[in-house]
Design a binder for this molecule. Structure first.
Ligand SMILES: [Zn+2]
Length: 283
């Protein structure tokens, strides 16, 4: 780097030279600007719009030390916080690899899963990953409980968009009133988006996922309720959804209506019926 004419650098300056001065950085805010450029030979195909070229870099803690301290002296949540801050500053420039377990655990926690960012992948963490994969509507993620590049990219977008799993619904809205875990199959949420679109107004859920214990505590709830599988959502009859409208969005295979008013209370995606011939029942 060389002041006003950086492209004249011989390439032998920058961090090595800066670090050679060995100045004290303790209790000092160090601000680092990075400059990166690339050359390319223009071709006819670049006209009229130059193709996009992505370049970037990642900051990664070394295997044994981080900011001069042994890495093992940091608690996983601190590592996650550090990684998140570094990531927030730089991720727009670099997609980077999938980060530490504690980092994506913190992200799952951020969108509503009641897990700890402890860096340990146990059954709860696996369940959170699986239920996120199942709930994400913008693409069909493989539901394999593995955080690969696709799932991580989706999770990052979800966090960036305030926990939304679809244009208008958040993961948190799907949580059980019992144990607080959120779960909803993407097909339900996609159907709810279509309902919202034909009615032209926001749709608030009355009940979403129910953990088995909570479901058992509800008088009259079916023991094999679709809510236990995260495959059903209840809406208020005041929303004014007619059965014919619920059928017309071709997303639901089970539709529960209030006996008197005939208005829809319950929507599900049971596997025993089809969207063209849904089960309609009094609820
Ligand atoms: Zn229901």
């Amino acid at each position: 780097m060389k002041g006003c004419s950086p492209n004249q650098s011989a390439g032998n300056e920058g961090l090595p030279k800066w670090a050679a001065a060995d100045r004290n950085v303790e209790d000092t805010d160090v601000l680092v600007w990075y400059t990166m450029g690339h050359n390319h030979l223009p071709s006819l195909e670049d006209w009229p719009v130059m193709p996009v070229a992505n370049i970037g870099f990642t900051l990664k803690p070394s295997a044994t030390t981080l900011f001069g301290r042994p890495r093992s002296s940091y608690r996983p949540v601190m590592l996650a916080a550090i990684a998140q801050r570094i990531g927030a500053a730089f991720r727009r420039f670099s997609p980077g690899p999938v980060p530490d377990v504690a980092t994506w655990q913190a992200m799952l926690r951020n969108i509503g899963f009641p897990i700890f960012a402890d860096g340990q992948v146990g059954p709860n963490t696996r369940q959170a990953v699986r239920w996120f994969q199942e709930a994400w509507t913008f693409e069909n993620l493989a539901i394999d409980a593995q955080v690969g590049p696709k799932t991580f990219a989706a999770l990052r977008r979800c966090v960036d968009e305030g926990g939304r799993i679809s244009p208008n619904f958040r993961m948190r809205e799907m949580k059980s009133e019992g144990n607080g875990w959120p779960r909803m199959h993407r097909d339900v949420t996609r159907g709810l988006e279509r309902v919202r679109a034909i009615k032209g107004r926001p749709l608030r859920l009355v009940s979403a996922y129910r953990d088995p214990e909570h479901n058992a505590s509800i008088p009259g709830a079916a023991p094999n309720s679709q809510h236990i599988q995260g495959r059903a959502a209840d809406i208020s009859v005041r929303y004014g959804l007619f059965v014919s409208e619920a059928v017309s969005v071709r997303a639901f295979t089970g539709i529960g209506r209030q006996p008197g008013s005939q208005l829809v209370k319950h929507l599900d995606v049971r596997t025993s019926a089809s969207v063209s011939n849904p089960v309609v029942f009094d609820d």
